[in-house]
Design a protein around this ligand. Structure first.
Ligand code: SF4
Ligand code: SF4
Length: 397
């Protein structure tokens, strides 16, 4: 997870312009600056630098964030407020611990599918006796269970979870298999609404996909990770990696946006500071794109290479900050002005590494030379490839 130094640096990017305050849904309802996005950035910096104590008040401030990323999308300074919120929540959990119900659910239930299914059925039964108004002890349960006792209408559990409706390998319904995809069901589709999963499997099958549904997969871990429980979040990540590891897949398909974010984004965050092997496995499918100056400003080509990357099977495209910033190569410029070239290149390396991608693609061999040099000097594991190489590799898979 994130270091104190990282949190302070991220918070220091903030120019206090207030753009994010206007779009934060929590601020819109509470009208209290401390609970707004900008307020959280300030408080995060004060907590990380030791100017403020980690208290119940700070727990309340950082508990009141939807992690909706609206502030991140609006921020002109490129602050990633979600990293600050998650970093502070992790520190709060480390110092103060989590409520007992969350501890039990995260440590035992979510890692064991059959136990989780039994617990869900028991809670579903208890729901019938819980008050429809007011608060209840059940509010600390993860996921949709957190709404028990709050009067929310909760759908019934499915009599048969999706995982028990299909074998591990599901052949395509039409013709020979053209591709092989892994299915990550997520808890809601597995236990509450398997009809969504059945539709997904049917559509994939009609388009010639063989669907692999590893039964060892478990919860994506989002409720665990977002509560600040890094240790158990990491264990869920590892269980899911192991579940899919035996299969050679063209892609992993997810029908739940939150599970998709967990697999694509949160796992990379969780893996920060873990073994190189784990970090590599988590980001094995992600690529970012650097705009060569002579393709972008020289020929006006920006969207086409991105569209190619986004449509490549098995590649998860992630945009870097300021992708059009020159890499500092400039042809012979870097040979005559190597120190200055390195200085410019260092910023590009930071932007590339900030994406967590395993590969940076570009369309200019000159840029590749510079990127390989700059990333290599730093000992970065990020690979540099020409876009056409990624297309070639994807087609060969
Ligand atoms: S992520 Fe949190 S701080 Fe940012 S806009 Fe959403 S609720 Fe507000
Ligand atoms: S939009 Fe960004 S720079 Fe402006 S106050 Fe919010 S976090 Fe700070």
């Amino acid at each position: 997870m994130y270091s104190t130094k990282f949190l302070i640096q991220e918070a220091e990017k903030c120019s206090k312009c207030g753009v994010c305050v206007a779009v934060c849904p929590v601020f819109r309802e509470m009208q209290t600056e401390t609970y707004s996005s900008r307020g959280k950035v300030e408080v995060a910096k004060a907590l990380a630098s030791g100017e403020l104590p980690y208290s119940h008040y700070s727990e309340d401030i950082f508990g009141k964030c939807l992690l909706c990323l609206t502030c991140k999308g609006a921020c002109p300074a490129g602050v990633d407020q979600s990293k600050l919120v998650l970093g502070i929540r992790a520190e709060l959990a480390r110092r103060n611990g989590l409520p007992l119900s969350k501890k039990v659910a995260f440590k035992y239930l979510l890692k064991n599918r059959s136990l989780f299914e039994k617990a869900l059925k028991a809670f579903s039964y208890l729901q019938k006796f819980s008050s429809s108004k007011g608060d209840s002890q059940l509010r600390h349960l993860p996921f949709f269970l957190s709404a028990f006792g709050k009067g929310r209408l909760i759908p019934d559990l499915s009599a048969t979870p999706l995982r028990r409706q299909y074998p591990e390998i599901i052949p395509p319904s039409r013709g020979p298999a053209k591709l092989r995809v892994g299915l990550f069901s997520g808890c809601f589709i597995d236990f509450v609404d398997p009809a969504i999963g059945r539709s997904l499997i049917r559509v994939l099958g009609r388009h010639g996909a063989e669907v692999v549904f590893p039964k060892k997969q478990t919860c994506c871990g989002i409720p665990v990770f977002m509560s600040g429980d890094v240790e158990n979040g990491l264990e869920l990540l590892k269980i899911n990696l192991e579940a899919f590891a035996p299969y050679d897949l063209d892609a992993v398909v997810v029908a739940c946006a939150t599970c998709g974010t967990a697999l694509k984004e949160s796992y990379k965050t969780l893996a920060v500071g873990e073994s190189q092997d784990l970090q590599e496995r988590v980001k094995a499918f992600s690529a970012t794109y650097h705009d060569p100056c002579h393709l972008n400003r020289g020929q006006g080509i920006q969207s086409q290479p991105r569209n190619v990357l986004k449509n490549l099977s098995g590649v998860d495209f992630v945009e870097m900050r300021d992708p059009a910033r020159c890499c500092g190569g400039g042809g012979s410029f870097s040979f005559y002005n190597y120190d200055l070239s390195k200085q410019i290149g260092r910023r590009k390396v930071e932007d590339i590494e900030g994406t967590g991608a395993s590969t940076v693609a570009t369309g200019c061999p000159g840029c590749m030379l510079q990127l390989k040099d700059q990333l290599g000097q730093k000992g970065s594991p990020v690979e540099v490839k020409h876009l056409i190489q990624l297309v070639d590799e994807a087609e060969a898979r």
